[in-house]
Design a protein. Structure first.
Length: 254
């Protein structure tokens, strides 16, 4: 059914050009804004929602800040809608590969400490920025983070879990889940690398294995800034990214 969307224009302006593949239970399409020519990505979130336009618009009004977020490590949602009872989000085109690709390759091509800290720092600063607007992720998995050839990490689908919950009448709080998810990503990135005791202790604290757990992402950012002072942080080499599997790309092939 979703494959038939190629060639259609959602809301009369988001022209779907190609099917890019699955992201977990979601489906990703490449699209173009027919009004200004911008390339976009449209992701269907795999959860059905019976049509109720009044409630849908009411919920989205509460998340209008999503389209106005200004952060280099967050992919803004420019529109959220429903097609065939499936919720979808429209975002600007994001280049790079999903972070899961780096994790999968780490067994034979592990990241060094500066690379791992650099990626985690970007994710944490993005989440700390979102906290200021009471936004949470809820789906903070490696599949929802893109990393480009310059080592820039970008959060995908921020706020989507909250929207889906509200549409169903729920009000989930995912802050601690998001923090633990960041710890899990940090742990996986560094699994095959030799790390300092400071990094190991920080991973354990983010995961909640110590008594002094983190309550907010801004606390994590402060400690990561300290680590960045100890560990010289460099961007991920472009050459390493270009060797990754093109099937794991988030956006259109370069």
């Amino acid at each position: 059914m979703l494959g038939q969307l190629v060639g259609q224009a959602l809301k009369g302006r988001y022209a779907i050009k190609e099917y890019l593949g699955e992201q977990g239970s979601n489906h990703l399409f490449g699209a173009q804004n027919s009004q200004n020519g911008d390339w976009l990505q449209i992701e269907f979130f795999g959860q059905s929602y019976p049509a109720n336009e009044a409630r849908f618009n009411y919920v989205l009004d509460g998340f209008s800040v999503l389209s106005a977020l200004d952060h280099p490590n967050i992919a803004n949602l420019v529109y959220v809608g429903v097609q065939n009872e499936l919720v979808y989000g429209v975002r600007k085109d994001v280049e790079g590969r999903v972070l899961q690709t780096l994790i999968d390759r780490s067994a034979t091509r592990p990241l060094n400490q500066p690379q791992g800290v650099h990626i985690i720092f970007q994710i944490a600063t993005a989440m700390a920025h979102a906290e200021r607007f009471n936004l949470q992720h809820g789906f903070l998995y490696p599949q929802n983070i893109a990393v480009d050839g310059n080592g820039r990490a970008v959060l995908l689908n921020l706020g989507v879990r909250q929207i889906l919950d509200r549409l169903k009448g729920g009000h989930g709080d995912y802050r601690q889940n998001d923090i633990r998810a960041l710890g899990s990503i940090f742990d996986k990135l560094m699994l095959m690398s030799a790390v300092t005791e400071d990094i190991e202790r920080m991973i354990f604290r983010i995961l909640g294995y110590s008594g002094d757990r983190y309550e907010r992402f801004e606390e994590i950012v402060r400690d990561l800034e300290f680590l960045r002072g100890d560990v010289r942080t460099t961007a991920l080499p472009i050459g390493q990214m270009k060797q990754l599997d093109p099937q794991m790309m988030v956006g259109r092939p370069a």
